[in-house]
Design a protein around this ligand. Sequence first.
Ligand code: 2ND
Ligand code: ZN
Length: 354
Amino acid sequence: MSESDIRPEILALPKVLLHDHLDGGLRPATIIELALESGYDALPETDPVALGRWFRDAADSGSLVRYLETFDHSVAVMQTAEQLRRVASECAQDLAADGVVYAEVRYAPEQHLAGGLALEEVVEAVNAGFRDGERASGGTIVVRALLTAMRHAAKSTEIARLAVRYRDDGVAGFDIAGAEAGFPPTRHLDAFEYLQRENAHFTIHAGEAFGLPSIWEAIQWCGAERLGHGVRIMDDITGVGTNHEQLGRLAAYVRDTRIPLEMCPSSNLQTGAAESIATHPISHLKDLRFRVTVNTDNRLMSGTSMSREMQLLVDEAGWSVDDLRWVTINAMKSAFLPFDERLAIIEDVVKPGY
Ligand SMILES: O=c1[nH]cnc2c1ncn2[C@H]1C[C@H](O)[C@@H](CO)O1
Ligand SMILES: [Zn+2]
């Protein structure tokens, strides 16, 4: 399904997006322009349509590690303040045009230092871009940043400190991302303990390319408030589709304590974490009333948008507009924004739009 096949009634719905990577959502034409300007000559294609197709195909490998290799090209053209500001502004504008009213967009500041920027300069450039994009969209969207630390690297405490430093200036929280197998969340326990002492918010990519131990560590050792993906929580549910379906202790804990699952259906098909939209665990977890949310993950690598993810769930998994409303309110309830601001968006923007 391409962007032109999105039905206007789905496009018009107000949407809330909690899991979207800044470096996974660039416009192909922008990558090409920035590469030309900066002398980056390793792009696999020089035509925007062909480049967009290249990202989708290359990310379609069935392996998270190979999927992540495609980010080399987007990160390469996000190394100056001007590049970061432009990419962030376009991100906010593209989300607003898709009907997104609130978004938390994440990126790893440590990956944007090759041009000589300091970590603070990276954050300030991205923040400036988000503010530009909000203004250019006529104030229809609110964007907050999540600062990601790469799980294979050793900068998580530094990045956690950066997230706290900018908590009142556009940064809503912290995350860890990158290859999951071999890099358990407890590797970054110092960062998570620091954030907890600071009353700061964080989510953890867990239960995507690795199973229950990763989810368990993220929640019970590290204190994650939300789970990035979390699809593999299905491994802790037995007898699915029978009269004897039963939640294990961890799955029950996740549901009982309303831990939000930032689910990304199309991305999971590409990395092999799920087989099809029709059978994606998101629908079953929704029926079991886990706190499910719908997200894009990487719009460029998946050739997707919030509207497209929603339409796929309607067309291929039998979702209703009421289901879309429910996950949208779930997402807004789970945002790392102050309670009164969350409530105002739910009451004044989301509910009137459904
Ligand atoms: O789905 C993902 N799982 C783990 N890591 C991811 C995923 N999507 C993007 N990333 C990584 C690659 C990016 O460079 C980094 C920061 O956005 O986060
Ligand atoms: Zn992600």
